[in-house]
Design a binder for this molecule. Structure first.
Ligand SMILES: C[S@@+](CC[C@H](N)C(=O)[O-])C[C@H]1O[C@@H](n2cnc3c(N)ncnc32)[C@H](O)[C@@H]1O
Length: 198
């Protein structure tokens, strides 16, 4: 991708906005930096561009991973994007793509929103939710909802900066595949769990 000076200026503005929101709402954001390109690529590696998938993204921030998801999705797919922070949702609205349904609400309310669109289960859930800083009961509520909202054989994909939390996903989904992403600041991990596979 070739960048011009206006792309560069936009990217810097987004980084500053994300940093400002992180400082104001650290208990919801859990980080002060957005995911870098290597992390975004790893998060979308299980998407097959030939298949029309229904995908949920949780904790989209300013849409940095959202753009990578959309670039890999087939034309008839649908992407339900959940982000609780209204200021960051405003940044996401820059993305003009009819496959994206942006929902300014918590992941814990995903069932109500999917129902409105006539969807019961999805093929994939891609999450950057900061479970390490969210209350334990909310974390468990969201993860159980993810499990029941995923089709059998569907993927739950989650990023973190520490590896030991993978045990929590193994307990819920019965399996977890861990990938290390060294070229991110800070380096991190992507956990992929296949629903229904023990
Ligand atoms: C670590 S940031 C990830 C941002 C971006 N996806 C990235 O990878 O750089 C986590 C995001 O989750 C959002 N968030 C926190 N709790 C949430 C919830 N219950 N439902 C939806 N989004 C939530 C925060 O506002 C924040 O934007």
């Amino acid at each position: 991708m070739l960048w011009n000076s206006s792309d560069f200026k936009n990217d810097v503005l987004k980084k500053v906005k994300f940093l400002w929101q992180s400082i104001r709402n650290f208990k919801e954001m859990g980080t002060v930096v957005r995911s870098g390109p290597a992390m975004c690529r790893k998060m979308v590696q299980n998407i097959h561009p030939e298949t029309d998938l229904n995908i949920i993204e949780l904790g989209a921030g300013d849409g940095v991973i959202t753009r990578y998801i959309l670039s890999k999705m087939a034309p008839e797919g649908k992407l339900f994007v959940f982000e609780i922070n209204p200021e960051l949702c405003e940044v996401i609205t820059d993305i003009q793509d009819s496959r994206m349904i942006l929902i300014n609400d918590g992941a814990q309310n995903m069932a109500i929103h999917l129902q409105k669109h006539g969807i019961e289960k999805v093929d994939m859930i891609i999450s950057a939710l900061p479970f390490l800083v969210l209350p334990d009961d909310l974390t468990q509520e969201i993860l159980q909802l993810c499990k029941s909202t995923l089709k059998s054989g569907g993927y739950f994909i989650q990023m973190h900066y520490i590896k030991s939390i993978s045990k929590m996903y193994k307990t819920i989904f019965g399996n977890v595949h861990t990938s290390y992403v060294p070229l991110n600041i800070p380096p991190g991990y992507v956990f992929s769990c296949k629903n229904g596979e023990i």
